[in-house]
Design a protein around this ligand. Sequence first.
Ligand code: NDP
Length: 249
Amino acid sequence: AYHRLHGKNVFITGASSGIGWACAERFAQAGSNVIISARRLEQLQQLETKLIADSPTSLVHTGQLDVTCKESVDTFVASIPSKLKPIDILVCNAGLVLGLDKLLDVNPQHMDTMIDTNIKGLVYCIQTLLPQMLQAGGHIVNIGSIAGREPYAKGSIYCATKHAVHAITQSLRCELIDTPVKVTEICPGMVETEFSKVRFHGDELAAKNVYKGIDPLVADDIADLVVFATSRPKHVEIADMVVFPHGQA
Ligand code: NDP
């Protein structure tokens, strides 16, 4: 079924590590052209080199993008070469958790950054790309989280941002019902990426201890689902997928 992805133009946010990186590799392996974006250009350049070596027939466009700035999203999209347009698939993956604290102790800066990245950044990317998808057809994949379904102590703000991703995805799907645009939300449980290192400000041991003896998912597990959801026949729309590592409560 992955033949349907051949030649598709796929735009991935947060491709400099983890799930976004793995999605870029999977799509390129399926013969898609990939537009990889994030704030850290050096990591993206490493990914670009790898993609070109592993999937020489895929076109790759690389650029620095901070999704929290609407203007930079617009400018970035305008700079995509025409041979990589229109965008067929948008993977809204950029996201982070900063600090996990009781509500009384929430750091306002952390709160703003999570809201700006996980909610507003996702909305900006969709708003910029949806108009062309309404013309040419397309598929939007939002990376939500199990935190968007089951809130937990000390996770109020991150959980709220991922509940917002869930709400936005569902509203959007209803709005797009009579259009050629599909919408899917993928909700992972624990995935071993740089996510926990960001949460613990680089403390690798604390990051590792999060998994409490469970074999966490890996980024490729999520990329597999993204590629699966976007390679279904035209009449099939997967609304959401929730995936846990076996053993996570
Ligand atoms: P990583 O920390 O490995 O990757 C996050 C990516 O987001 C990085 O490429 C980072 O790139 C990018 N990013 C962060 N802020 C911005 C920004 N302002 N503009 C553009 N890019 C940004 O974590 P994951 O791969 O695990 O996370 C990907 C998604 O998966 C997130 O939305 C996360 O919430 C979700 N998720 C993760 C889970 C997990 O357990 N790992 C579980 C459930 C959901 P850069 O720093 O270069 O900008």
